[in-house]
Design a protein around this ligand. Sequence first.
Ligand SMILES: Nc1ncnc2c1ncn2[C@@H]1O[C@H](COP(=O)(O)OP(=O)(O)OP(=O)(O)O)[C@@H](O)[C@H]1O
Length: 324
Amino acid sequence: MIRVEGLRKVYGDFAAVQGSTFTVEPGEIFGVVGPNGAGKTTTLKSVAGLIEPTEGSATVAGSPADDPATRSALGFLPEESPLYEDMTARSYLRFFADLYDVPREVADERIESALDDLELEHRERRLGDTSKGMKRKVAIARSLVNDPDVLVYDEPASGLDPLTTNYVLEFTRELAESGKTVLFSAHNLYHVESICDRVVIMNEGEIVARGTVEEIRAEHGETTYRVFTTVPVAGSDPDGDRHVVAVGSMDAVEAVRERATEAGGEVADIRTRESTLEEIFLDMAGRPMPGSRRVGPGDDSRSDATGRPATGAEKREEASEAAK
Ligand SMILES: Nc1ncnc2c1ncn2[C@@H]1O[C@H](COP(=O)(O)OP(=O)(O)OP(=O)(O)O)[C@@H](O)[C@H]1O
């Protein structure tokens, strides 16, 4: 289980995340969505123990996210996943399994099983010569070599073709169904609607909406009523042999009905339409936030410089960075 409480991250005088609170349960896919710069990656990296919060906390299974043992038991898929270009998928995954001290036999079985599940072809091809989709699948397999219970996936389907995207999303869904806890960020709201159990929408470092997609729609969306009349009424447009006017409430529908009756006609049909998640998102993302992200003199611009010796998990991260 992931628990994020009052998470705030400040860089210099700028608040990247302004105090987020949420929990993610085992078996659940929890989506974090928002426009560029909203604070999604900062949130995910805090849960992966790669960023130290300025205030608040992120815990995984009750332990601090940056605890080396916690990090070792978590699978993180970064937005960009550089791989060692000269290695093959198998040798690359074995290399990471060794870093996690997974016994060779267990690792080999786990790697083959992940590559089978991901239907990865060309396992002995140099990674530098493989497609973007294949590289992403290898990065996903890498997030599983330590058999983590908790997965943090930053834009898992970014830049992939529709077929590979579906594959990756379906695979992520299956991981959650097998009991894993999945925290997931995405720009594509269709992906979010299709696989996430619950969602938070972030804007300018703040959570501005939360719940299931249906709950968010009910709370933040709008219902539009298209009222079809047999005679023209104020504001209506012709529609075949009828007239149509769009209104936002049942009271307004009744007002249209009265006007139509006064004009000697009637209401022939009423159709309702709910906001899509995309419309809600665009509305919220475009809305200026009341609070500023500027804060007083900064205290935490060097997020990763904790001053303590590098842990095994950090060395693994460095190894991954070096592959860039
Ligand atoms: N190390 C850093 N130093 C200073 N500012 C940072 C740092 N990391 C992130 N930020 C800023 O914090 C804000 C949130 O960044 P973050 O990467 O979390 O956003 P995001 O929602 O993931 O964006 P995107 O969708 O573009 O990936 C951005 O304005 C970003 O420029």
